[in-house]
Write a new protein. Structure first.
Length: 204
């Protein structure tokens, strides 16, 4: 029997998933929570955790995956969001699979079984997203992203680059434009920091 726990922002989702998995005699939903912290505090041992990408406590999805992996459970991310950066970040953090939410009971049960067996559960489409390179940045755009994305303010980023604050803003706007052009609009460019190789600033 595969013991499954559900960590989802919507308190109604676990009931729906239980109903969806009714026909899977080898899968038992043993616990549900709305945050990873609550799950780790209250839950009985689980083999596979179905993890929603965005939880009510605002915790980072990749960090949640890493915490669950340390508990010994395998993780299957289950979300309405299928953007490349989310898929890549959670898989890099140790998730064994990523499903975009729908009502396909067979697909969900098969993914849970695959993850439980140590296999990767990713559709061909999501696998291609992971393998695709992110939009190419100019050297100045890449440096602005690195500085701003690692904690520098706009003013500090401008000072370290030797440019004005409006110039830094223009670099960040160009980055957003490039991501929007590949159908992945981004509100906060700092979420893209892990999409590019880390930079080493002189003197650091």
């Amino acid at each position: 029997m595969i013991r499954v726990a559900i960590v989802d922002n919507d308190k109604l989702v676990p009931a729906g998933l239980r109903a969806l998995l009714t026909g899977a005699d080898d899968i038992d939903v043993v616990h549900a929570a709305t945050t990873v912290s609550v799950h780790l505090t209250e839950a009985p041992p689980a083999d596979v955790v179905l993890l929603d990408l965005r939880l009510e406590d605002g915790t980072d999805a990749a960090a949640n995956v890493a915490r669950l992996r340390r508990s010994g459970a395998r993780v299957l991310v289950f979300s309405v969001h299928g953007e490349r950066r989310h898929v890549r970040a959670t898989v890099r953090a140790g998730a064994s699979g990523y499903l975009v939410k729908d009502d396909d009971a067979t697909k969900l049960a098969d993914a849970i079984r695959s993850v439980h067996n140590g296999q990767v559960a990713l559709t061909a489409e999501l696998m291609s997203l992971i393998n695709d390179d992110p939009p190419e940045l100019s050297p100045q755009e890449a440096r602005a992203l690195y500085l701003y994305g690692t904690g520098s303010t706009l003013a500090a980023t401008a000072r370290r680059m030797g440019v004005t604050i409006p110039t830094v803003r223009s670099y960040l706007t160009r980055i957003r434009t490039k991501w929007a052009a590949v159908a992945e609009p981004v509100d906060d460019v700092r979420t893209l920091i892990d999409e590019y190789p880390p930079r080493t600033e002189a003197g650091e």
